[in-house]
Design a protein around this ligand. Structure first.
Ligand SMILES: C[S@@+](CC[C@H](N)C(=O)[O-])C[C@H]1O[C@@H](n2cnc3c(N)ncnc32)[C@H](O)[C@@H]1O
Length: 341
């Protein structure tokens, strides 16, 4: 632990403690706001952050400005802070006697995945590699590290595409939050696949697991949900999962599903993709509890009652391009997609 006279560092320590111990939603909301306010003081102020996002081969790197704002997704942010603590604690048992080298893949300008850790571990216990595609994020991070007096934790600030980056100094553990619901839009999967092969402690990755499952959801003409039918798992991303970048998952539809629908009420039927995240060590983000676990609904016409459906999309590509194919015949590229419940 560091005993710095710096008042900003003391504030960081106070906020981190509240993040670790504040269980009520209102406390979590307040502490993430306080974290953002502190970062505005010590890092690049929010209104000076660039607003340009960048397209990569495997998804979009959101703008520094948007990456700064996601801190306010308080359940996500705090789950990642606590998960990072557990990850480093577990790695300490493996590396015994030397610092844990922790890579943050996609730091954003104010990375809550790293600064809180500096109040829990000394720089002899923890060394940080910061990676981002935007120089503005790395500049902001370095400024904050200097102003907080924690620059000695940082071994490198790497401007690179994390989907292809080859580390010279291999990290022991790594963390990435570069995702949208159902692993669309952002390059989380490509970053995860590239990083998990390079870390020295197998499986020491945040998130530990992302699981996407599918449901049929039936609504009446007033758009009220009347019936939900589970289809099963679409994808599981973890340290043992194959390096696939596409979803192509088929499901059988039992006849009983069609019998339960009241066809007189002009039902609207959607395929719902549901996301759940295990951050690390039992810390989970439940479906619809954060912007990265919102449900995605793809409307689907089942008038011809297909007996199978296939869900197809490219991980990291737009959610608008999710396809649902009934009986491999009536290919549908639906445009009416809703996010959120
Ligand atoms: C959702 S933000 C998360 C920021 C921060 N780690 C947090 O948890 O609040 C995702 C960050 O990943 C970066 N990023 C996205 N794709 C990337 C890539 N291919 N290589 C490096 N950084 C990337 C973005 O620039 C952005 O800063």
């Amino acid at each position: 632990m560091r005993n710095s006279p710096n008042s900003e560092y003391r504030e960081l320590k106070r906020i981190t403690k509240a993040m670790l111990w504040g269980f009520r939603d209102c406390t979590k909301r307040r502490t993430t706001k306080a974290y953002l306010a502190l970062m505005e003081k010590v890092a690049t102020p929010f209104n000076e952050l660039p607003k340009n996002s960048e397209k990569t081969n495997y998804g979009t790197a959101i703008s520094p400005s948007t990456a700064g704002k996601v801190i306010l997704d308080y359940r996500r942010t705090i789950a990642y802070v606590i998960g990072a603590k557990r990850l480093v604690e577990r790695a300490q048992k493996v590396v015994a006697g030397r610092p844990v080298v922790y890579a943050s893949m996609g730091t954003g300008p104010y990375d809550p995945g790293v600064f809180p850790l500096t109040t829990m571990f000394s720089s002899k216990q923890l060394q940080i590699i910061a990676v981002d595609l935007h120089q503005a994020n790395l500049d902001s991070l370095e400024k904050a590290a200097n102003n907080l007096g924690v620059i000695d934790y940082f071994v490198d600030f790497i401007l690179a595409d994390a989907t292809t980056l080859q580390f010279i100094t291999k990290p022991d553990v790594a963390s990435t939050e570069t995702m949208c619901p159902a692993l669309t839009e952002e390059p989380q999967v490509a970053i995860y696949n590239n990083t998990k092969k390079q870390i020295l402690i197998p499986g020491a990755m945040i998130p530990e697991e992302v699981c996407i499952s599918a449901f049929f959801v039936v609504r009446d003409s007033a758009y009220k949900e009347t019936y939900k039918f589970p289809l099963g798992e679409v994808l599981r991303l973890n340290s043992n999962s194959p390096d696939c970048l596409e979803v192509n998952k088929g499901f059988e539809i039992p006849k009983e599903f069609y019998r339960k629908i009241s066809w007189m009420c002009q039902p609207k039927i959607s395929i719902r993709l549901r996301t759940a995240i295990t951050v690390f060590g039992g810390i989970i983000i439940l479906p619809n509890k954060s912007s990265i676990t919102d449900d995605i609904d793809v409307e689907f016409n089942v008038c011809n009652k297909p007996s199978t459906i296939t869900i197809q999309y490219v991980l990291g590509a737009s959610y608008r391009d999710i396809k649902v194919i009934g009986d491999q015949r009536d290919l549908q590229k639906e445009s009416r997609i809703r996010i959120g419940s």
